[in-house]
Design a protein around this ligand. Sequence first.
Ligand code: MD6
Ligand code: FE
Length: 214
Amino acid sequence: MESFDLFETGGQRLRLGSGAFVLRGFALSFVRELMPAIADIEAMSPFRNMVTPGGFTMSVALTNCGALGWTTDRRGYRYTSIDPDTGEPWPVMPQVFARLASEAATAAGFDGFEPDACLVNRYSPGARLSLHQDKNERDYAAPIVSVSLGMKATFLFGGHERSDPTAKVPLYHGDVMVWGGVDRLRYHGVMPLKEETHPLLGNQRINFTFRKAS
Ligand code: MD6
Ligand code: FE
């Protein structure tokens, strides 16, 4: 059941489950610092379209920062400390990223969140993410914090079975999703992005997904 309330700085908080929230516009005051940090990450570990274990090339391009990075190839999904494309460690997580993740987690009732992994996804028009669970992390006690920038996305939020009905949740530039607790393993995905030109990011959507992976 959805419900609304306000977080401390007066933004709107949408509750999707007892541990799942959308904090509307929570990241907006961080954007000026986030943009150059994304460029630095991309310069060290470029976005790339990875292959799933099933042999499909993902329409979403990704990179990572932090001690661990999420990867996929024909052998499976896993976290690695080395970028398989460059042979180097993933770029260090910028302090502004860690601060945003921790403040958003706190605003959703999860104190002390210290992510060690940040997956950075880049969507172009038409890119999508099929329904999945996030279950490659060692510890499900920590929440996941997910930041949306650029073009609007329609997020699909399901239940604990793939076949459960899904809610459609619009995510806009600056929105932050936090989910954990009993909602940590719910199925979710992103509908194909519609063509749109965002004033700051053009025809792109960038998503950061922060996790405690180890
Ligand atoms: C995205 N996000 O929003 C993809 N996973 O582009 C995710 O897959 C995701 O947003 C777990 C928790 C929050 C998320
Ligand atoms: Fe996910």
